[in-house]
Design a protein around this ligand. Structure first.
Ligand code: GLN
Length: 479
């Protein structure tokens, strides 16, 4: 096994024993990138020079015998939606193609402070809008399991990088499933924390009431390790929760005996791939055998979740994306045009891709006078009902198990011309963003070599249980 195929925790141990160096790990990673990146296209930007410098800094710390943070010297990939000082941040869009931020997102700042090594910026759907990483200025990312297949999205580059040994850990963002769904498709472990757990400062906004930053790794333990660093209150984000951060790495170690798991009947209906259902059934049986009580529950408003999500997400996006006007930053077209409105139009026309335009139009429509009450306001009301469904369920159970996706990874191009089909891939993930709840996708087997994801949903701010169940499952299933 090469260094780049090891878990973050194993590498942290090797570094402490002096059995490897961060430079060796980082070099092993870039070797893998050179070998696979042409096919996978997981990165929009790689930063070998600065990464090696960071690695040397970490090594110096280890050599001097300093007490180094756990993440020190570990290579991390960062989704290209998180601002990185001095490093191009495109958000997968032409409109930000040459945008170089002057500051770091808080999550980035925190991993750097721990001494982690930033490998580069990962490929993504433009502004996070998509489920396949095909809507990217850099071209599609591909699934390491089979390059004919999509990596999922929108954090497809992050998941593909981790799955292929092009990164040890990655940061993603999840507005409607963008950490969990690509994790399911690539066979990684990906956690969307509770809304407010991780600062959104420096995250380019898609839908502000839904966006959340989270870790992607090969194991629940590795996700816990990264969450320990990025979680916690940040005065730069007024929606970040002022709560004490638990030690997630300690939490994963606890047993799961005696916990109650809910199985929502609305998630196991027509449209769910039969093979996936079988794998989830097997995983649930395994949990039961290991002392978890299984209870059937009902989340009756689930059927509205995709519609509600695409009304609220597009409404917020249409407002957030108003800032790209060719003046403040990024791309500008129409310098020869002598009229500011027409310059805005030309900039936005050329700078945004098709899916982004579709969403801006939809969002502007649902917010417009006359339609606001019928669509946006109604969606907000149903959002509350979806949240109440979970509140009720969590009176009975400690966590909830569902599939992460209704289908296996699909072929590139397969759903691109049918946005509705693409939106339906999010059917099991969007409810958590609407309710603010934490959820993690863990691999629970393969079908013809293609990974299947199981979603573990927790109570608000109870990532500890989610990680603990995920970790225990990975141990007993040996996956
Ligand atoms: N696929 C969903 C969307 O396009 C979710 C994306 C995300 O979580 N960023 O909105």
């Amino acid at each position: 096994m090469e260094l780049c195929d090891k878990s973050a925790l194993d590498l942290a141990t090797l570094l402490r024993k002096g059995e490897t160096t961060s430079r060796e790990i980082t070099e092993s990673l870039f070797k893998r990138i050179e070998k696979k990146e042409k096919t996978l296209n997981a990165y929009i930007t790689t930063a070998k020079e600065s990464a090696l410098k960071q690695a040397d800094n970490a090594d110096e710390g280890f050599r001097s015998g300093k007490d180094m943070p756990l993440l020190a010297g570990i290579p991390i990939a960062v989704k290209d939606i998180l601002c990185t000082r001095g490093m191009r941040t495109t958000c997968g869009s032409k409109i930000l193609e040459n945008f170089i931020p002057t500051y770091n997102a808080t999550a980035v700042e925190r991993v750097l402070k721990e001494g982690a090594v930033i490998i580069g910026k990962t490929n993504m759907d433009e502004f996070g809008m998509g489920s396949s990483t095909e809507n990217s200025i850099a071209g599609p990312a591909r699934n390491p399991v089979d390059p004919q297949l999509v990596a999922g999205g929108s954090s497809g580059g992050s998941a593909a990088a981790v799955a292929s040994g092009e990164a040890i850990l990655a940061l993603g963002t999840d507005t409607g499933g963008s950490i969990r769904q690509p994790s399911a498709f690539c066979g990684t472990t990906g956690l969307k924390p509770t809304y407010g757990r991780v600062s959104r400062y420096g995250v380019i906004a898609y839908a502000s009431s839904l966006d959340q930053v989270g870790p992607i790794g090969m194991t629940a333990e590795d996700c816990a390790m990264l969450l320990n660093v990025i979680a916690g209150h940040d005065s730069l984000d007024s929606t970040s929760a002022d709560l004490k951060r638990p030690d997630f790495l300690q939490a994963v170690k606890k047993d799961i005996r005696g916990l109650k798991a809910g199985l929502p009947k609305e998630y196991f209906i027509e449209g769910l791939d039969r093979g996936i259902k079988k794998k989830i059934d097997e995983a649930v049986k395994l949990l039961e055998k290991n002392g978890v009580e299984i209870i059937e529950i009902s989340l009756p408003h689930t059927k509205y979740a995709v519609s509600v999500y695409y009304l609220i997400a597009t409404a917020e996006a249409s407002s957030n994306l108003a800032r790209y006007d060719g003046v403040k930053y990024g791309f500008r077209s129409g310098d020869d045009i002598d009229d500011v409105i027409r310059m805005y139009e030309a900039t936005r026309d050329e700078g945004f891709g098709q899916e982004v335009k579709r969403r801006i139009m939809l969002g502007t429509y649902v917010l417009s006078a006359g339609y606001y009450d019928a669509y946006y306001l109604k969606a907000q009301k149903i959002r509350t009902m979806i949240k109440i469904d979970f509140d009720r369920a969590f009176k009975e159970v400690d966590f909830i198990i569902t599939p992460t996706t209704p289908c296996l990874p699909f072929k590139l191009g397969e759903k691109l011309s049918d946005p509705l089909q693409m939106y339906l891939v999010d059917i099991y993930t969007v409810s958590l963003n609407l309710s603010g709840l934490p959820g993690m996708s863990v691999k629970c087997g393969d079908i013809n070599g293609l990974p299947v994801g199981m979603q573990i949903i927790g109570k608000a701010f109870d990532e500890e249980t989610v990680l603990r169940v995920g970790n225990r499952y990975q141990q007993i299933a040996g996956i």
